[in-house]
Design a protein around this ligand. Structure first.
Ligand code: MGD
Ligand code: MGD
Ligand code: SF4
Ligand code: MO
Length: 679
């Protein structure tokens, strides 16, 4: 029997949970990847998708990218020859230098996001691009930038929410536009379902989170700002506002009071499609408190996502559900920053990279920009799979097909995006190098521990970009920092009194022994120091001074609103190549309300075609009242290959949100018709 060894590590996926992992090794090789039984979130279990994929494609040399490669076939065909690292790096550096010299470094575009969220692998390559002066696609504009922009105005900080451990003091938890049953399965299973607090879910979809909640408000997509005003109306009417808190800590109550007064339950019911009784019940339970308010990332992926976030911020601000045990608001937690401050007034520090950063564009502009030969001459995609996950899939492909666009893709797997690369660089997986992970919900810090040598010739992101810096002739020290010193420095910055080797032994630690009550001092990093419901900065930037009591108009001309949030089996597009996951997902399906199905003469199980200006896509209809009439539901981001080359992002017209130039993917509208077997 080969010797058995357990190595503790952490999951670095873009997921609220931040699970601890126990890797079972036999004879020095990884035998099994399991949940860490000692971890407070995973409690011994990974989520279903990771339990499969971490023991599936991630360990399968046949599925991984193992060597640097150069393209040999037409772009998009995925034909490559293996080349040595030196050659791949020299060719990449040579082309980048030539392009920068001839057209300027800003004609080189790079996109990246959260393929891995571990600290160094996620952030370090940014130093290289800053030094180069390349154009960066604003990373968050593919995901959550409208919410960040809006709460940046309101609270001055969108990265400091509540500590979930304080929920033990809460009487009510509102989950608004998030679906933890998919996107944070452990938070759903333990934190929410086992909570004695009253749970209210606000979502157009009756998903598992909503079904498990004590109250589900199944509102129309994009009507959330109207609901927020309506809930404030009920709280005001019933004497549940905290006028002391408003007086001392909030700017602008008087400027929205008339709109709150006008947002009667009847008006709100009309705008949102909800019942008056449900609006009143939710408003009273929340306002009475102590209550936690979790605004999901799905909520702000609407054309008016910024306004929605500003309107929802009125609830904690006007009811004083902030800075007390069991009361708070949350969008995302920057765990390391919060831990570093231990709940004191936020001080945000940027890493002193020393590079001269280049310009930025929105991710929504990437497909069009790649089609413009005068704009970008080179493109590098790392930590992301834009052909699967970005909008405007057909244009994304036609841009990438440009022969004159020098393209480099860095990934662990041969994705649809990698198919277009001139040079493919293989990235090592999280099981193959040391790093740090922080959950963006729980205040835990985890060690990512090297459990095996990098597969094939793959290398961690940071090592790839150190070597590329050398190939470019860049000698600045910040481009060549070693991992060990960066890890210890990051931990020292958090003041945990623990070095990386010790953290590796433990696997994970809490950022503080006791739950932190955040924002207890009631001082916010806005110019006024208050919560700016009325916001002069927003006004100066061309936005309304205050949130507005509006809801999206219903779709016209027989169109339906297509929602495509996180599914259960994928992590964005990641795992889309795992055969067992593919089997579990089944064929692409779209949920349609029985009334719409009857109107369109669509039967359950029938093929339908969804269409808009961006494209046409066939799917199988599931007739269900999981969605309200007028809305459709399909999961995001399957691997397009194997699905006729497309997924739901074929239909994603990249319109920007009202704030943050971000994605409004849940605002997409399509027509639905019975299919004469297209695609
Ligand atoms: N229709 C629709 N589309 C959406 C969304 C939606 O709600 N609806 N959601 C959007 C959201 S929220 C997001 S965040 C984006 C996500 O979009 P992306 O950031 O593009 O995420 P993925 O598609 O998972 O691609 C991540 C890639 O990184 C790779 N990877 C993993 N680890 C490493 C590593 O260590 N190094 C390198 N170099 N690569 C690695 C994975 O193999 C994978 O191919 O998608 C967006 N797309
Ligand atoms: N299994 C799994 N987990 C994931 C991911 C994944 O792809 N798969 N992706 C990860 C990433 S990158 C992210 S950003 C997070 C996202 O996770 P969440 O924050 O949970 O956000 P989404 O899943 O995009 O959408 C959540 C909900 O928003 C709802 N929604 C859409 N429009 C509206 C609206 O107008 N009003 C309201 N009230 N609700 C609306 C959708 O119906 C959906 O149920 O999940 C992460 N976790
Ligand atoms: S993706 Fe999320 S739920 Fe799944 S193992 Fe990783 S941290 Fe846990
Ligand atoms: Mo995301």
């Amino acid at each position: 029997m080969a010797e058995r060894e357990i190595v503790k590590t952490s999951c670095p996926r873009d997921c609220y949970d931040g699970c601890g992992i126990a890797v079972v090794k036999r004879g020095g090789r990884i035998a099994r990847v399991l949940g860490d039984p000692d971890h407070p979130v995973s409690r011994g279990a990974l989520c279903g998708k990771c339990a499969i994929a971490y023991n599936g494609v991630w360990l399968d040399p046949g599925a991984r990218l193992l060597h640097p490669m150069r393209r040999t076939g037409a772009k998009g065909r995925g034909r490559f020859e293996r080349i040595p690292w030196d050659e791949a790096l020299a060719e990449t550096a040579g082309r980048l230098k030539d392009i920068a010299a001839e057209h300027g470094a800003d004609s080189i575009l790079h996109t990246h996001y959260t393929g891995t969220c571990s600290s160094i692998a996620n952030a370090f390559p940014g130093r290289f691009f800053a030094r180069l002066g390349a154009t960066e696609a604003e990373p968050d504009s593919i995901c959550n930038n409208a919410g960040h922009a809006a709460w940046g105005y309101v609270f001055g900080d969108s990265h400091t929410g509540f500590d979930p451990r304080t929920a033990r003091e809460s009487s009510c938890i509102v989950v608004w536009g998030a679906n933890p049953s998919h996107s944070a399965p452990h938070a759903h299973k333990h934190w929410l379902k086992e909570s004695p607090a009253r749970v209210i879910a606000i979502d157009p979809v009756r998903h598992e989170t909503a079904r498990d909640a004590d109250l589900h408000l199944r509102l129309l997509p994009g009507s959330d700002a109207a609901l927020a005003f309506g809930m404030c109306h009920v709280a005001r009417r019933d004497g549940l506002l905290d006028h002391g808190y408003i007086r001392d800590r909030v700017l602008g109550y008087d400027e929205v009071e008339a709109d709150i007064q006008a947002a009667t339950p009847a008006w709100t019911a009309d705008k949102t499609g909800l019942a008056v009784a449900d609006i009143e019940e939710a408003a009273r339970a929340y306002a009475a408190g102590p209550s936690l308010l979790w605004l999901g990332q799905g909520l702000q992926r609407q054309r008016t996502g910024g306004n929605i976030f500003r309107a929802c911020a009125m609830l904690p601000a006007f009811t004083g559900n902030i800075g007390k045990p069991g009361a708070g608001f949350y969008y995302l937690n920057d765990g390391s920053g919060i831990i570093a401050r231990k709940g004191a007034a936020p001080v945000r520090t940027e890493p002193g990279d020393g590079g001269a950063a280049g310009p930025r564009i929105s991710q929504m502009d990437v497909p069009a920009a790649l089609n413009d030969p005068g704009r970008f001459r080179a493109y590098m995609a790392w930590n992301c799979n834009p052909v699967a996950s970005n909008p405007d899939q057909a244009r994304m492909r036609s841009g990438l097909a440009r022969e004159d666009l020098f393209t480099v893709v860095v990934d662990c797997f041969p994705t649809d995006t990698a198919d277009y690369a001139d040079i493919v660089l293989p990235a090592a997986s999280f099981l193959e190098f040391d790093d740090l992970t922080c959950s963006y919900f729980n205040l835990t810090v985890g060690a990512q521990a090297k459990c095996a040598e990098p597969m094939g010739e793959s290398l961690p992101n940071q090592e790839i970009f150190r070597r590329l810096a050398t190939a470019m002739g860049y000698e600045e020290a910040f481009l060549h920092r070693d991992d060990a010193s960066m890890l210890d420095e990051a931990l020292a910055g958090m003041g945990l009194g623990i070095a990386f080797d010790e953290l590796k032994e433990k696997g994970w630690v809490w950022g503080s022994d006791e739950p932190l009550v955040l924002w207890a001092e009631g001082v916010f990093p806005t110019p006024s120091g208050r919560i700016e419901i009325a916001c002069p900065r927003a006004e100066a930037d061309g936005h309304p001074r205050t949130p507005r009591a509006v809801a999206d108009p219903p779709p016209r001309d027989g169109r339906l609103r297509l929602l495509s949030p996180a599914g259960k089996w994928l992590m964005n597009s990641s795992y889309g190549n795992d055969p067992r996951i593919r089997e579990l997902m089944g064929e692409p399906a779209v949920a349609i309300h029985p009334d719409d199905a009857a109107r369109l003469d669509v039967a359950d199980g029938q093929r339908v075609v969804l269409a808009n200006d961006a494209g046409e896509l066939a799917m199988t209809a599931v007739v269900s009242d999981i969605v309200p009439a007028g809305a459709l539901l399909a999961d995001k981001s399957r691997w397009p290959r194997g699905e006729g080359g497309h997924n739901v992002n074929l239909l994603h017209i990249p319109r920007k949100t009202d704030m943050g130039e971000s994605t409004s993917v849940h605002g997409v509208e399509v027509t639905v018709s019975r299919s004469p077997a297209i695609r």
